[in-house]
Design a protein around this ligand. Structure first.
Ligand code: 5GP
Length: 227
C-alpha cells in the first residue's frame, strides 16, 4: 500500500484476441498459473465439442436455440458468429469480479472485441500474433482436430482478423510462449500504473511547513533545522 496515493481497486477488463492457432489459449493458461487475481470468463458457444474440450470449463456448450434464447434474454455482453457458430460472453459475474478487484480476461474474436471496446472503452485489448503465416498454417494443420474445410475457414478468417490488429491497444507476437506471457504480464503491470487509476493523492501539509521555515529564515542542515 503506497502512502502518497490511492489507486482504483477495480480490476481491469482485458480482451485477448488473435487468429485461431496463434496460441492465445496456451498463453492465457500459462499466465493464469502465476496470477490468482485474474478471472477467465467462460464463453457460451453453439459449436461442437472438440477432443480436449471440457464442458462448462472450456465453454458452456449450447444448441443454437439455447444460444438464441440467451441473446433474446439479453444475457450476453457480446456475441458473434464465427465459422458458422455462435460464441458469446455471459454478462453474469463480470461486474462483480471487476468490483472485487479481479482482472477479467475475455478470450474472444475480433467482432466481439470491438463490441466490448465500444461498451467499455477502458478495456485493455491485446492481440496475439503468430510469428509467421507459415507457422500458423503448420499449427492449424498440426492440431488434427478439425476437418479440412474448417481449417481452411480458420485460415481465411485469420487473414481478416490480422487486418484488425490496429484496433487493439497492444500486439504480442507469440514466437515463444514464455516470452509472450512475459509481455502480457508487462502490459498488465504497466496498465496498473496508468494515471487514470489514481483515485486520490495524499500530499499532507509538507509544502506549507517548508514554506513557513523559509519565511522564518531558517536553515536546513541534514534535514534538521538550525535556527
Ligand atoms: P474455438 O472454436 O477455436 O474455441 O474459438 C473460435 C474463436 O472464437 C476464437 O477466436 C475464440 O477466441 C473466439 N471466442 C471464444 N469465446 C468467444 C466469445 O464469447 N465471444 C466471441 N466474440 N468470440 C469468442
Amino acid at each position: 500500500m503506497s502512502h502518497i496515493l490511492k489507486q482504483k481497486e477495480r480490476g481491469s477488463l482485458v480482451i485477448i484476441s488473435g487468429p485461431s492457432g496463434a496460441g492465445k489459449g496456451t498463453c492465457i493458461k500459462k499466465y493464469l498459473e502465476s496470477h490468482d487475481n485474474v478471472w477467465l470468463s467462460i464463453s457460451c458457444t453453439s459449436r461442437d465439442i472438440r477432443p480436449g474440450d471440457v464442458p462448462n470449463e472450456s465453454y458452456y456448450f449450447l444448441t443454437r436455440e439455447e444460444f438464441e434464447k440467451k441473446i433474446e434474454n439479453n444475457e450476453l455482453l457480446e456475441y458473434a458468429e464465427y465459422n458458422g457458430n455462435y460464441y458469446g460472453t455471459p454478462k453474469e459475474y463480470i461486474e462483480s469480479k471487476l468490483q472485487n478487484g479481479f482482472d477479467v480476461l475475455l478470450e474472444i474474436e475480433v467482432q466481439g472485441a470491438l463490441k466490448v471496446k465500444s461498451l467499455v472503452p477502458e478495456a485493455i485489448c491485446i492481440f496475439i500474433m503468430p510469428p509467421s503465416m507459415k507457422e500458423l498454417r503448420k499449427r492449424l494443420v498440426g492440431r488434427g482436430t478439425d476437418s479440412k474445410e474448417k481449417i481452411l475457414g480458420r485460415f481465411k478468417t485469420a487473414y481478416k482478423e490480422i487486418n484488425e490488429v490496429t484496433s487493439y491497444n497492444y500486439v504480442v507476437v507469440n514466437d515463444e510462449v514464455d516470452n509472450a506471457v512475459k509481455k502480457i504480464d508487462s502490459i498488465l503491470v504497466a496498465e496498473k500504473c496508468n494515471v487514470s487509476r489514481i483515485e486520490q493523492l495524499f500530499l499532507g501539509n509538507e509544502e506549507e511547513e517548508i514554506h513557513e521555515l523559509l519565511v522564518d529564515d531558517k536553515v536546513f542542515v541534514n534535514e534538521d533545522v538550525k535556527i
